[in-house]
Design a protein around this ligand. Structure first.
Ligand code: NAD
Ligand code: TYD
Length: 337
């Protein structure tokens, strides 16, 4: 593993992963990204002049384009972050998640098989398990019960990855991360949306009763988990990555408001998300057995994240004034009335 194709590397976790890897290793990283609404080249500005970094604009559904990037840059490993990642958008427009998350993952696997790559790592999610009742935690061999178009597409992608391992002997690994927070997180997701709305004294839209639980981890902890699996993971295996601590959405919203010194009256309960998963919770003992552990508590992760949004309005303000506005209107106008 020396020359990595990092698909979706201009997005939130992918860009954090690129910065993380360039700091630690002497690998060459080629970001392959279509630059959809969620992909931002400015997320990679700090890597631009690094001799170990190259950017290629391309779609993971385009097999010829993937193959030519692999051949041109002598890639030996693919790490697939590229995806349509927002559950609410997947409910509005399910075809996009099927196309990129299922067909795109297949095209990457096929390119890896045809060109004899040595590694394929798939970035997956705790959402493939579906919701889980307290006090249980999802383990890697639990059955998948995805309930949204997004989580179903990610589960489908995982099955194809595994099939390529079993059928063609491709060296694959998978990580299933919990919700990430940190820099460069597109403000359609709960934490950056709540933070940036609160900064502008706008309502914080809480779906349903706000008692849904998520395991919010700091993005570099997730990157470290991926790093550990890349270097020490077993072929054909999947690994959960998360803190193991769940927080209710309403408590998370209160903490953001407190960090910003804003009133709790900004909270507005709105119509729930269709099929809203109540709780995700991971058993992470398999990854911890490889020597990984989360470096941030939820409070530390949230504080660092909120601080980043306070310090970087030049990143998120232009986003919130573009395509985002139409999306926000479609998603929230009726909910909030
Ligand atoms: P993101 O939405 O911020 O970024 C996705 C990136 O993929 C963007 O740069 C986009 O341009 C690119 N992309 C989308 N469609 C593409 C296509 N057809 N071809 C090439 N590039 C394309 O997503 P993220 O939050 O950084 O998530 C990255 C990965 O991690 C995804 O696979 C997601 O399912 C997984 N994941 C995310 C979280 C989370 O909390 N954000 C948690 C667990 C797993
Ligand atoms: P999100 O960041 O979309 O991640 P995911 O649904 O993939 O876990 O949402 C996190 C939680 O916050 C989830 O339970 C849905 C909830 N949520 C709201 O209550 N209001 C919102 O406006 C958004 C975007 C999410």
């Amino acid at each position: 593993m020396q020359r990595l194709l990092v698909t979706g590397g201009a997005g939130f976790i992918g860009s954090n992963f690129v910065h993380y890897m360039l700091e630690r290793y002497n690998y060459h990283l080629v970001v392959y990204d279509a630059l959809t609404y969620a992909g931002r080249i400015e997320n990679l500005a700090a890597a631009k002049n690094n001799a170990n970094f190259t950017f290629v604009q391309g779609d993971i559904c385009d097999l010829d384009s993937i193959k030519s990037a692999i051949q041109q840059h002598k890639i030996d490993t693919i790490i697939n972050f590229a995806a349509e990642t927002h559950v609410d958008r997947s409910i509005m427009q399910p075809d996009a998640v099927i196309r990129t998350n299922v067909n795109g993952t297949w095209a990457l696997l096929e390119a890896a098989r045809e060109l004899g790559l040595t590694r394929f790592h798939q970035i997956s999610t705790d959402e493939v398990y579906g919701q889980i009742a307290e006090p249980n935690r999802s383990k890697e061999h639990d059955v998948f019960e995805p309930r949204s178009p997004y989580s179903a597409s990610k589960a489908g992608a995982e099955h194809i990855v595994y099939a390529y391992h079993i059928t063609y002997g491709l060296h694959t690994t998978i990580t299933r991360g919990s919700n990430n927070i940190g820099p460069f997180h597109y403000p359609e997701k709960a934490v950056p949306l709540f933070t940036t709305n609160a900064m502008d004294d706008l309502p914080i839209p809480i779906y349903g009763d706000g008692k849904q639980m998520r395991d919010y981890q700091y993005v570099t902890d997730h990157c470290e988990g991926i790093d550990v699996v890349l270097h020490r993971g077993v072929a054909g295996e999947a690994y959960n990555v998360g803190t193991g601590v769940e927080t209710r959405n309403i408590d998370m919203a209160h903490k953001i408001l407190d960090l910003l010194g804003k009133p709790h009256s900004l909270i507005e309960y709105v119509k729930d998300r269709a099929g809203h998963d109540r709780r995700y919770a991971l058993d992470t003992s398999k990854l911890r057995a490889l020597g990984w552990q989360s470096q941030h508590t939820f409070d530390q992760a949230l504080e660092k994240t909120v601080r980043w949004y306070i310090d970087n309005p030049g990143w998120w303000r232009p986003i919130k004034s573009g395509e985002y506005r139409d999306y926000y209107h479609k998603q929230y106008a009726e909910r909030q009335s």
